[in-house]
Design a protein. Structure first.
Length: 473
């Protein structure tokens, strides 16, 4: 392929290949558009024309919350996307004003703030981004096509070998840059080993959490109904169990219940409401008791946190970048995967503003930036999941255990202290670094606790309960 002479502009004849047509792949393609003459996205699935499910993304059936930290980054990559989600039926839920949440240490108050979450199905999130990206100049989707091997050597990846699923015909796609965004099933580590590189270090933390999800018809006039969440307690000898009610498009509620080892939900419809009723508070069960179910129960066990440290290889080939779930997957309960993918794509875009797609050192620079974007979310997810009874993974260090105690007191303080609550929401939405949690004013609030302003019960209003045919508690 021809090489451009400088960064920031498209070079005639240059090509980038993105493996994976999910959120991470599409955002990577958006970052590459304008820096390569052609951006080819390949995926072994047949991609639906609308907001429909696909085989390679079974977890899409469960609750997905795109936090404001990721939404703002996607907006910077694809201006106008947030409004398009809303126009398509998504809700922009203010945090914490639009939420009724029982946290590990008590109910959080509903207060106005700068952060938000986009509430809709994962299929709708993907559709809007996919339509935006495929309209960009030079971007081409080849679905029904799987990557089978990298082309090149340990010094440089020069393309990818692909196979058409239907015809089983093979082809080599030459490229100045290959981006692996193929998700949790990525073969990037094995393919690098095939080129002669050493094994990639990998870590995992498995809480044993199982997800079960069902969609309900929401009661009439509940278009502005809050998101409801009963969060599990991780620091207990009992299984961690929780649930989320997510208002989604077309006047529906998507309800996901979760449980760790010894307390898992089942796939049976008759068990769904009783499971929700057995949580720390029956509010969510009360809300769905009279709602019409629209789907069967869908169950997923793939919730392990897994991270691959590609940036720690002694040397990596030029022309090859890995991002998204191919680098790290998180327990979906924390709602961070899409935001990290967005931040990783933004890191690729920033690098391309100064270097061209075939520039020496680009791949290693981007891979290190992806690792930095990954680190905070990884610490949050694994630092919580390792505490569930029966979890599998490396035990936390003494420093991590100390931070865990601080975090628990912070959760308690956030039930009444607005400074602590705001800092917690900023970090959990990936809108601020974890260092925000130890700023002097936050640490003081953690030390003082919630005070007399502590939220003593659910913050759901009488009017909201009445919409669901429920009487005040």
């Amino acid at each position: 392929m021809k090489r451009p002479s400088s960064g920031g502009a498209t070079s005639p004849g240059s090509r980038a290949v993105v493996v994976g047509a999910g959120m991470a792949g599409m955002l990577a393609a958006s970052a590459l558009s304008g820096h390569a003459d052609q951006v080819v996205i390949i995926d072994r699935d047949r991609i639906p024309g609308g907001a429909g499910p696909r085989k390679g993304l079974p977890q899409a059936r469960h609750a997905h919350m795109l936090m404001s930290g990721g939404a703002h980054v996607i907006e910077s990559l694809l201006p106008g996307t947030i409004q398009r989600w809303v126009d398509a039926g998504a809700r922009r839920v203010a945090l914490t004003a639009g939420m009724v949440v029982l946290g590990p240490q008590g109910w959080f108050p509903r207060r106005p703030g700068a952060q938000f979450s986009i509430a809709c199905t994962r299929d709708l999130l993907d559709l809007v981004v996919r339509d935006r990206v495929l309209a960009l100049p030079g971007v081409v989707l080849r679905d029904g096509t799987e990557a089978t091997a990298l082309v090149g050597d340990a010094g440089r990846v020069a393309g990818v070998k692909v196979r058409e699923i239907d015809t089983r015909n093979f082809e080599t796609l030459e490229a100045d840059l290959v981006v692996d965004a193929s998700g949790r099933g990525s073969q990037a580590a094995r393919r690098l080993a095939d080129l002669g590189l050493p094994a990639v270090r990998e870590e995992s933390v498995d809480s044993g959490m199982v997800y079960a999800t069902r969609i309900f018809q929401a009661p009439p006039a509940t278009g502005a109904f809050p998101l409801v969440s009963i969060q599990p307690r991780s620091h207990s000898r009992r299984p961690g169990q929780g649930a989320t009610l997510l208002p989604i498009e077309d006047g529906r509620w998507l309800v996901t219940v979760t449980g760790t080892r010894g307390g898992e939900p089942t796939r049976y419809a008759e068990d769904f409401e009783p499971f929700a009723r057995g949580l720390r508070d029956p509010l969510l069960a009360d809300l769905i008791a009279g709602a019409e179910p629209l789907t069967d129960v869908h169950l997923t066990r793939s919730t392990v946190n897994r991270r691959r440290f590609f940036e720690r290889l002694p040397a990596t080939p030029e022309g090859f970048v890995i991002l998204g779930d191919a680098v790290a997957v998180y327990n979906p309960v924390y709602g961070q995967g899409m935001s990290v993918a967005a931040q990783s794509a933004a890191a690729l875009r920033e690098a391309l503003r100064e270097r061209h797609v075939g520039s020496p050192g680009l791949a290693r620079h981007v891979q290190r930036s992806v690792a930095r974007a990954t680190g905070g979310a990884w610490a949050l997810a694994t630092g919580e999941d390792i505490n569930y009874h029966g979890s599998i993974g490396n035990r936390p260090s003494a420093a991590a255990r100390l931070m865990r105690g601080y975090s628990q007191r912070m959760m308690w303080a956030a039930t009444g202290n607005p400074v602590v609550l705001r800092a917690l929401v900023d970090v959990m939405t990936l809108s601020a670094p974890m260092t925000r949690l130890v700023r002097p004013e936050v640490a003081l609030g953690v030390a003082l606790g919630p005070g007399r302003s502590a939220q003593s019960g659910p913050s759901i209003t009488q009017a909201e309960l009445a919409l669901c045919g429920l009487t005040p508690r």
